[in-house]
Write a protein that binds this ligand. Sequence first.
Ligand code: NAD
Length: 357
Amino acid sequence: MKILVTGGAGFIGSAVIRHILSDTDYQVVNLDSLTYAGNLDSIPATLLSSQYVFECVDICNREDVDRVFQQHQPDIVMHLAAESHVDRSIENPNCFVETNIIGTYNLLESARVYWLSLADEKKASFRFHHISTDEVFGDLAGKDGLFVETTAYDPSSPYSATKASADHLVRAWLRTYGLPTLITNCSNNYGPYHFPEKLIPHMILNALNGQALPIYGDGLQVRDWLYVDDHARALVLVAIKGQIGESYNIGGHNEKRNIDVVNTLCDALETLAPDKPDGIGHYRDLITFVSDRPGHDLRYAIDASKIQRELGWQPEETFETGINKTVQWYLDNTRWWQRVLSGDYQLTRRGENANGQ
Ligand code: NAD
């Protein structure tokens, strides 16, 4: 079994690759253009072997993507490459349209041509798994319900609108061309190797440095949080065992307000990192409220019962165990995040086209 993972140097893609390399004997091809969010340090050298190949390729470059399909002949595609940060999509939507829409279109076309060229048996088992977000469903403000797989799309930000577009393209390629596709829509992830611009690592690193913990608006925005390794297991399960043509919601049953997430982090830090920078009484004292993000959705919440019922997946971590593991990971892995903050991580081009050597 050979799996082509796009975006495998990112936060979730690298968790998927670590899971595949640690727990399976599948071959994996990591296709990633190494934007600012791509970090090859997130796949530790100890895991690299002939099981793994890295391809520094942009999904918007059709020729290069075609070459990767021809050269590596994957059985499954797991498509995670994307621009993923909502604030950046508000500042500069262009690269979100390019990568998330045009890039997904390119990949679908490349996959379709490759799939049509396959011999019957390999063609029958080929799968294209598109990894999406719960943000395509929009805002649940003032509503009690949960997102189910059939909830109508109503995206709010340039990020979620481009991800929704990509989902529509994937469904069209299934319906029109018969390309065997699956989609997953997941809630907010957190955990090790998370780029420091995202809420949880940003707060951990600011707190450790005695800097302000800025919270958008009143901090009452609700998100459902899932530990990234639980997501990685769910994704590989869907890629291999999911029903073609179906979509699956993935979530952690952890609806939390942003302010409560930050308070929980502060409390974990009090226990795990009691030696604070000079002048700091309690980590919670660092919390400050800043102007809200434009168009900020108030509440997302996922009903993940379908994947549990049909594929037997459920999260292993509670929010509390996952947060403690995450804080401890950032305390134990200062080199990883210091190289991100200094920019040195971008100098790493380890393993390029060379079986990870
Ligand atoms: P990330 O930003 O950490 O990683 C994205 C990866 O894609 C990076 O390695 C980057 O180099 C690569 N990439 C970007 N543009 C590319 C291009 N044009 N060609 C090739 N590679 C490119 O993102 P993430 O948080 O790991 O998210 C992965 C996927 O999961 C995304 O599709 C995202 O929409 C989805 N998702 C994320 C979350 C979350 O909480 N982070 C939740 C649900 C769904």
